[in-house]
Design a protein around this ligand. Structure first.
Ligand code: KIV
Ligand code: ZN
Length: 390
């Protein structure tokens, strides 16, 4: 059976960066973008150029750096925003302008203070201007899941008629449920897309912990692009986690026969790199990339896994790039283990720096039972992590 291709749109550098404590410097964004290219994402949303000079420069730099991936820049449906996005993308090999406007009555009334007709006009103008700048234009209806469905379809229709190539259905506030979201995607497909060559995309937030489930339900209903972030970072409770989406599809190919371009062995390195850049890691029990994701504590489980890992593991640690020798760092660990761990985190230090870090490490290990990546990041001098090749 031929497999439906799902495009992975990564917004770690845009929506992810909007989450508290996740802001990144330009060099860090370039480093992360290189890792995302190694991972094989189809689109990197590199920032919101109109928002700040820093964001503009980051999008421009990522656009120059990444030649195999489409680079997207976000903008409101405001002409000055769109031209700024186009300017930031001018050196990109493959550029996408991503323009958005809210469509729910609550956003129209309290945030935008616009009528529905005005929103329709803003959409038409924005997509037309964006198509005058680039061939690939994504249109997002912010708060789509709380919008009146007839109005939502009207806005999407206008966007397609003006040349939008991708229609994105965001669950901006993480409110929807899988069945309901699938039905919405089906409606957009039947009423707006029909037989036209337009991609349906989804963008789910995790306020109810349903971002991945909602995204997968949407894919089953016909969406062929999912927007997500490494480690699930993003506004509030975050976005759909890239590693969870990709591995759900990889592990359950029997029920979800979809393909994508992701090299799953780069998932763990990507997660580690992001953690070192933002200075905090994922929770220990985080699926796929958490410290305990492949750890077995109970004797009965340990025995099963030793006899055959399939007893308790539905995927291997190696398949997501978790190194085989996950050495536990403690007060008996030597410098080599410490250097190796920092290298896995993308951090390389001079000998004299390692000597100082090691002294601090031993002092900490004397007080704490286990020393985790977060501790190591806090012990080390600030440094831009580098992308870790396979
Ligand atoms: O959550 C959201 O609605 C967004 C849009 C800009 C796509 O991030
Ligand atoms: Zn978002």
């Amino acid at each position: 059976m031929s497999q439906k291709k799902i495009s992975i749109f990564d917004t770690t550098l845009r929506d992810g960066e909007q989450s508290p404590g996740c802001s990144m410097y330009l060099e860090e964004k370039i480093s992360m973008a290189r890792q995302l290219e190694l991972l094989g994402v189809d689109v990197i949303e590199a920032g919101f150029p109109f928002a700040s000079e820093g964001d503009f420069q980051s999008v421009a730099a990522v656009a120059r750096e990444c030649r195999s991936t489409t680079i997207a820049a976000l903008c409101r449906t405001v002409p000055s925003d769109i031209y700024r996005a186009a300017e930031a993308l001018k050196d990109a090999k493959k550029a996408r302008i991503h323009t958005f406007v809210a469509t729910s009555d609550i956003h129209l009334q309290y945030k935008l203070k616009k009528t529905r007709d005005e929103v329709l006009e803003m959409t038409a103008n924005a997509v037309r201007i964006a198509r005058g700048c680039v061939d690939d234009v994504e249109f997002s209806a912010e708060d789509a899941t709380r919008s009146d469905v007839d109005f939502l379809c009207q806005v999407f229709e206008v966007a397609v008629n003006e040349g939008a190539t991708v229609l994105n259905v965001p669950d901006t506030v993480g409110y929807t449920l899988p069945g309901e979201f699938a039905a919405l995607v089906t409606t957009v497909k039947e009423r707006v897309v029909r037989d036209r060559n337009v991609t349906i995309s989804v963008h789910c937030h995790n306020d109810l912990g349903l971002a991945v489930a909602n995204s997968l339900a949407a894919v089953e209903a016909g969406a062929t692009q999912v927007e997500c972030t490494v480690n699930g970072v993003g506004e509030r409770a975050g976005n759909a986690s890239l590693e969870e989406l990709v591995m759900a599809i990889a592990v359950r190919g029997d029920k979800m026969p979809y393909s994508n371009n992701i090299d799953t062995t780069q998932l763990y390195p990507a997660s580690q790199l992001l953690s070192s850049i933002v200075g905090f890691g994922v929770q220990p029990n985080k699926a796929i990339v958490g410290r305990n994701a492949f750890a077995h504590e109970a004797g009965i489980h340990q025995h099963g896994v030793l006899s055959n890992p399939l007893c308790y593991e539905i995927m291997t640690p190696e398949s997501v790039g978790v190194p085989k020798n996950n050495i536990v760092l403690g007060k008996h660990s030597g410098r080599h283990a410490l250097i190796a761990r920092y290298q896995e985190l993308g951090l390389i230090f001079e000998d004299n720096e390692i000597a100082e870090i090691y002294t601090r490490f031993i002092a900490l290990a004397d007080r704490k039972k286990n020393v985790y990546d977060q501790d190591l990041l806090a012990l080390a001098p600030a440094r831009i992590p580098v992308a870790i090749a396979a």
